[in-house]
Design a protein. Structure first.
Length: 175
């Protein structure tokens, strides 16, 4: 049986691990490190406004024993003059990858966003080389839509991205 996973707001005790996901190249991994950024920015953002706003947010992914395994985030994207959707992302600690947390956390996030916001679409993209994330999104119920050529700059090169989405009608919300 798979270890339980759930999402919760980021707590102060999560900040050091959250920073490692983005500031430590070995923890972020080849597909997750985008260069050194503004050290301390995550802590400042958390202290000033927390991580949940009208335009997006982040939640901690925890295992059944309340163990930090990673985070999910979402941000509002405009798809037409009056049509917004959520674009989501995920980061998992290296030691927690390959255990099914990503698939379940992304599905839970989509269900959460459909239950608590009025959007019709949740989308996610990943590098073409990130086959594990593509499998996780497909297992979570997302549909592959196509390739965005040269859409992401990382490691000195422009990378192709694969776009996925899930619609409100694709998700049976819990009553």
């Amino acid at each position: 049986m798979a270890e339980p996973v759930y999402l919760r707001p980021v707590a102060e005790r999560d900040l050091a691990l959250l920073e490692r996901l983005y500031e430590d190249p070995s923890e972020a991994g080849e597909l997750g490190f985008f260069g050194y950024r503004n050290t301390g920015q995550l802590r400042r953002m958390w202290a000033e406004q927390g991580f949940i706003t009208a335009g997006g947010g982040r939640l901690t992914i925890v295992a059944g024993d309340d163990r930090f395994v990673g985070e999910v985030q979402w941000r509002q994207v405009l798809q037409g003059p009056a049509s917004t959707c959520w674009n989501i992302g995920i980061a998992l600690l290296t030691a927690e990858r390959g255990k099914g947390f990503g698939k379940r956390a992304q599905r839970e996030l989509a269900e959460y966003l459909f239950a608590h916001t009025q959007v019709n679409r949740v989308e996610a993209s990943t590098e073409l080389a990130n086959v594990a994330e593509q499998r996780a999104l497909e297992s979570a119920g997302f549909s592959r839509e196509g390739v965005l050529r040269g859409a992401c700059f990382r490691g000195g090169a422009w990378r192709d991205m694969v776009m996925y989405s899930i619609l409100r009608d694709d998700v049976a919300l819990k009553a």
